[in-house]
Write a protein that binds this ligand. Structure first.
Ligand SMILES: [Zn+2]
Ligand SMILES: [Zn+2]
Length: 400
């Protein structure tokens, strides 16, 4: 198995972080914790396991954060006992090449996507499962660091093959192309976020950041509430255009505080030291960026009692003024990928909901992949994405 992984070695991580300001090439050098290496092929670790050959794997913000070593050693995730190697690439579509004896509902040649990529009760075969897994919210699993250890060196999307427990995979119907299938994971994140706090009839909502996650938040918000105003904050011209075609009503231009006040009828107050705020504002904000600056401003653009849905995430502590949260009695809602949804009284996984909406032609998934890189040119891929000079929405690795 030839695959890309992140070596979770604190000395290596600290050295890379230390050198980065003076040696920008450190991420592409042998000092980086990211490795593209040949690991010995191993037999399936159990009868309920499957071997998958990757076809496409999307590069996501989380992969970028790993590659450029953004993770801070004091975040909660770093306190959880983990694995010595983090295999990269979770937005993938692959083909089953081997199944264990216990796997009755998958055959070789069938295509699959990876739904559960972090340890949880089902892949650890813990019975009965924890309350969150029982509800289908596997990313909140209480046994993440408990119970039996997960098999080592299973691989993931950025490589030729990987091993997965049957419960981690979802079969892709033939009607979904590879480029659409590779979007099922990020689209599920956006769907999960919108359904945590769906726009109500007549509301005005703001989407901050119109990358892949933001574009999908726009299209799901539109599907679940045709009668609401969806505004978008985004700087990149081609993303603005796409946002409008996905169902946004307008893109905020100019000074964002003035624009928010104008578009929502809120009152703008300006004070010294660049301290501005709005009383009134949007009913909901979907923050698909999650930086200090977007949270700091976004909270001030929210109406009293409004929902702040935090979708963009950071692997390091952020800093922002928390006063609007208590002063305006706001609700901050976090989103950890995807899980279980209830739509029209019916319970289903986020992935199933996305596939159902796609099958009914309510949403689009085919046009997001803009760039393809051969896996062996992964350094060029990461460099190009970070460079920001190309019109990249979703870049994927192609396996050769
Ligand atoms: Zn992702
Ligand atoms: Zn669990």
């Amino acid at each position: 198995m030839r695959t890309i992984y992140f070596d979770v070695s604190v000395p290596k991580i600290l050295l890379t972080k230390l050198l980065a300001p003076v040696f920008s090439g450190v991420f592409f050098s042998p000092l980086s914790p990211v490795r593209y290496a040949e690991l010995p092929d191993q037999p399936l670790p159990g009868e309920n396991w499957v071997r998958v050959k990757n076809r496409l794997a999307g590069i996501c913000g989380a992969d970028m954060a790993l590659f450029f070593v953004h993770a801070h050693p004091k975040i909660t995730l770093a306190a959880l006992p983990g694995v010595p190697r983090a295999f990269m690439g979770h937005e993938l579509v692959g083909e089953v090449v081997e199944t264990g004896r216990g796997v009755k509902d998958l055959k070789t040649g069938q295509r699959v996507v990876l739904q559960k990529y972090l340890p949880c009760c089902s892949m650890k075969e813990i019975h009965p499962p924890c309350p969150h897994c029982r509800e289908g919210n596997y990313t909140l699993c209480e046994n993440f660091s408990e119970g039996p250890a997960m098999p080592a060196n299973t691989g993931a999307g950025f490589g030729d093959h990987f091993l997965a427990h049957r419960s981690q995979l979802i079969r892709v119907p033939d009607s979904i192309s590879d480029v659409a299938a590779v979007m099922l994971e990020p689209a599920s994140v956006s769907l999960h976020a919108v359904l945590k706090s769906p726009p109500a009839r007549g509301e005005k909502v703001l989407v901050i950041g119109a990358g892949v996650i933001g574009q999908n938040v726009i299209q799901f918000a539109r599907v679940f509430q045709p009668n609401c105003a969806i505004h978008v904050l985004e700087k990149v011209p081609f993303k603005k255009e796409l946002a409008l075609s996905m169902g946004a009503d307008l893109v905020i231009e100019g000074d964002p505080y003035e624009a928010v006040a104008r578009h929502t009828g809120g009152h703008l107050y300006r004070a010294p030291l660049g301290n501005s705020t709005i009383v009134g504002g949007y009913d909901r904000v979907y923050d698909c960026v999650g930086y200090s600056a977007t949270i700091h401003d976004g909270l001030r653009w929210l109406k009293a009692g409004g929902d702040y849905v935090l979708i963009g995430n950071s692997l390091a502590p952020v800093g922002f003024d928390l006063t609007p949260v208590w002063q305006q009695e706001l609700r901050m809602l976090g989103v950890n990928a995807h899980g279980s949804e209830t739509i029209g009284g019916k319970k289903m996984s986020s992935f199933e909901a996305v596939m159902d909406l796609y099958a009914r032609k309510k949403i689009r998934l085919d046009e997001f992949v803009t760039h393809r890189f051969p896996i062996k040119e992964y350094k060029r891929a990461f460099k190009t994405i970070r460079g920001g000079r190309e019109k990249i929405l979703k870049a994927v690795f192609e396996m050769d």
